[in-house]
Design a protein around this ligand. Structure first.
Ligand SMILES: [Zn+2]
Length: 268
């Protein structure tokens, strides 16, 4: 008897649902949530989701003859590994600084030959900017870079695809930008980084400004005090964990969100 009743209990709602009538139960099961919209293929990375207090410090536009070795000394004192996005022209001039950086556990990324705004250039010139720098880095340290950062974060969608898909680079932007190139003073640089950095952050700075180097001892000490652990960008990418699923959206929510077309900051 009970069995029959239970069978009916399951059958009846199905039948009425088919007949498109309101279900008899006072608490109908909620409508099945729509699957999330398929995101546009992600070709750039500004931060990652990680289980742990991992961050990646990045320094752009060097190497600089005086400042980069000073920064390497500070990083060594703190046992911090960082990532340097170097300009090909500078790398060609100071290959020994790249060699030292790699010897001390840092990573070298490609930041173009002469720091142009790539979004305004032909594909041929963009390739030349990247390939020439890649060759210079490879000659200096014996292996090619796998990370690329566009100057000013500026790339067209088409360029993103060929740099990622054809040239095989991970395109690395940033999440934390202390605007150190405006030279606001070491304390401001430091406090901006400390305020914005969270687990998974990629932090942007430049090892060509004396103020930035002056800001680093306090910045490193404070980040350490907050419990952060420092890894290179490639290490951070390997530590990536899946982002937890978003909370279900209301049924009538729009399914398409416009993808941002602007660069994160006029910097890099
Ligand atoms: Zn730059």
């Amino acid at each position: 008897m009970l069995r029959k009743f239970r069978a009916l209990f399951f059958l009846v709602p199905a039948m009425v649902a088919l007949a498109q009538q309101p279900p008899p139960s006072p608490s109908p099961s909620p409508a099945k949530p729509k699957p999330p919209p398929v995101p546009e293929q992600k070709t750039t990375v500004s931060s990652v989701h990680v289980d742990g207090p991992y961050i990646a410090l990045t320094f752009d536009d060097g190497p600089n003859e005086k400042l980069t070795p000073r920064l390497l000394d500070l990083l060594a004192q703190h046992h911090i590994h960082a990532t340097f996005f170097v300009i090909g022209e500078n790398a060609a001039q100071y290959p020994e600084i790249l060699q030292r950086a790699v010897r001390e556990g840092h990573e070298i990324g490609n930041h173009t030959w002469s720091h142009p705004n790539l979004a305004k250039m032909s594909e041929e010139n963009v390739r030349s900017q990247i390939n020439r720098t890649e060759e210079t880095i490879t000659n200096a340290i014996g292996s090619g870079p796998t990370l690329f950062r566009p100057p000013y974060g500026s790339l067209t969608a088409r360029q993103k695809h060929f740099i990622h898909d054809e040239l095989g680079y991970e395109i690395i932007l940033w999440e934390v930008d202390p605007l150190d190139w405006k030279r606001p003073g070491p304390n401001i640089v430091s406090s901006r980084i400390l305020k914005e950095t969270r687990p998974g952050s990629i932090v942007l700075s430049h090892d060509i400004h004396a103020q930035t180097i002056q800001a680093m001892p306090a910045t490193f000490t404070e980040l350490e005090a907050k419990g952060f652990k420092f890894v290179t960008v490639s290490e951070l990418l390997k530590l990536r964990t899946p982002v937890p699923p978003p909370t279900p959206k209301p049924v009538n929510a729009p399914t398409a969100t416009p993808s941002p077309v602007v660069a994160p900051s006029p910097n890099g």
